[in-house]
Design a protein around this ligand. Structure first.
Ligand code: TYD
Ligand code: MG
Length: 450
């Protein structure tokens, strides 16, 4: 069999060069050439031709999902593993990707499925050491300490694997490409071979991808289009909690979220995430508000903290952790103009503790009231939750999923909720008082601030 030829292809204009060049001679882009295989795909990498399927015979994804044995992981996937689905699990080094996937592999194997774990970064001995802490024993779980993609695929096929884990996609390589493991060309070609294998055999494949500090999965932007599902493992390595989020999912809802804790025996699902996020909430401290946020399909209570400093010399500092910096700027401008509060010249820090990101505008009112509470040094009642979008005229706008938010607040024992006026008609759980507000000034009155 002839070796497939490779070429360096400009990712901007498609120019092909036989060897790598720092700059494309055609469109003059720098660093745009990536090594690719060219010419007819070899028989090995081409998927077999399939006939078109009559509509009633189309497979139902729901019926043949495989549970990973870890309910929080299944939830994020949208109900379990789908045959032939390719999942990219991204996250910073040390966050726990190998740990959770070894746990998943072990559960699948205990359920009687053949699983192949391709360990391209760690030796079999290292993997065994981790596995012993996690209580892995099933002989259905096979480990292949190998970096060659075709060898990994061949071994998975020989083992009749029902799931394959590749740890990591940056550490495996295709022999035909001269470039080093982890380069864009290698990562893309390796991923596309695993995709071909997954689709042809109907086997789910999980690829581990390291994420750089700026949040992108190192190198393979293009990977995002090749895979079916992208899961992001987030959280602070120094804290026990980890958040697993689906950022893309062809087989389920995106933005679904699972919460785990890192323990001595690996990652454990957290059954009651709201309790975790509120566990260390200070008692009667100014600058803290509780927000019932919607994360994926469920409501979660999180704390929104703000610290408003003394008027600063020069440019005031604005720091937003866990919320969007643009929204913070907007909220502070509205507090200044519509409520006459002296915030423009002060340093303002906002943080959502617990490593969770709150992207929805429903957080606006919680951010605003935390900032006002910090400024006036008057604490907001411990038993109160707050949500609502803030408009530029200071109006409080309606948000989605009001009843889910109220229900979670009541479940955790909260007794009052400051909500947009439109929420006044919602079904309110027993024990919870609603304080519907039309405007920021009414909200400030309701909490007794400013
Ligand atoms: P790991 O899964 O190796 O991270 P990644 O594959 O994302 O780089 O997890 C690394 C950390 O997890 C490491 O600092 C040790 C810790 N850990 C535990 O706390 N408990 C455990 O049971 C295991 C296996 C790891
Ligand atoms: Mg690892």
């Amino acid at each position: 069999m002839a070796l497939p030829r490779t070429a360096h292809v400009c990712q901007q204009c498609g120019y092909r060069a036989p060897k790598w060049l720092g700059r494309c001679p055609e469109c003059e882009a720098w660093g745009s050439l990536v090594e690719e295989t060219v010419g007819p795909a070899s028989a090995r990498t081409r998927a077999p031709a399939l006939p078109a399927t009559p509509w009633p015979d189309l497979p139902r994804a729901e019926s043949d999902r495989t549970s990973t044995g870890i309910a929080e992981f299944d939830r994020v996937l949208g109900g379990g593993l789908v045959p032939g689905a390719v999942i990219l699990l991204g996250g910073e080094p040390g966050i726990g990707k190998s740990t959770i996937l070894l746990q998943v592999a072990s559960r699948l194997a205990e359920d009687g499925r053949e699983v192949v774990y391709v360990s391209a970064e760690e030796s079999a001995t290292q993997l065994r050491l981790r596995g012993e802490r996690l209580g892995v024993r099933s002989s259905k779980l096979r480990v292949l300490a190998e970096t060659d993609v075709d060898a990994a695929i061949a071994a998975s096929r020989d083992a009749r694997a029902r799931a394959v884990i590749v740890d990591s996609i940056q550490a495996v390589r295709c022999a035909e490409l001269a470039s080093v493991a982890g380069s864009v060309g290698q990562v893309r070609e390796a991923a596309s071979r695993f995709v071909t294998f997954a689709k042809a055999e109907g086997v789910p494949v999980v690829l581990v991808g390291h994420v750089t500090k700026d949040g992108t999965i190192a190198g393979p932007r293009t990977l995002e289009h090749v895979v079916d599902t992208i899961l992001q493992f987030e959280g602070d390595r120094h804290h026990a909690h980890r958040i697993l989020r689906a950022v893309k999912n062809r087989f389920g809802p995106a933005d679904e979220l699972g919460v785990f804790a890192m323990t001595d025996e690996g990652l454990r699902a957290v059954d009651n995430p709201s309790e975790v996020f509120l566990a260390e909430r200070p008692d009667a401290a100014p600058g803290s508000t509780v927000l019932p946020a919607i994360e994926g399909s469920r409501a979660l209570l999180v704390e929104v903290q703000a610290l408003v400093g003394e008027p600063a010399q020069g440019n005031p500092r604005r720091t937003a952790l866990g919320i969007d910096a643009g929204r913070l700027a907007l909220i502070l401008a509205v507090l200044g103009r519509r409520a006459g509060l002296d915030v423009a010249a002060r340093d303002v820090f906002v943080n959502v503790p617990g490593g969770i990101e709150v992207a929805e505008p429903a957080a606006d009112l919680a951010i605003a009231l935390s900032a006002v509470s910090s400024l006036t040094r008057r604490a907001i009642s411990r038993h109160r939750v707050v949500f609502g979008e803030l408009g530029l005229t200071g109006e409080i706008r309606s948000v989605s999923r009001v009843e889910a938010r109220l229900k979670e607040a009541a479940r955790l024992g909260f007794t009052s909720a400051v909500v947009p006026y439109s929420a006044a008609t919602a079904v309110v759980p027993a024990g919870l008082d609603l304080l519907p507000v039309r405007h920021l000034l009414e909200a400030l009155d309701a909490v007794g601030g400013a």
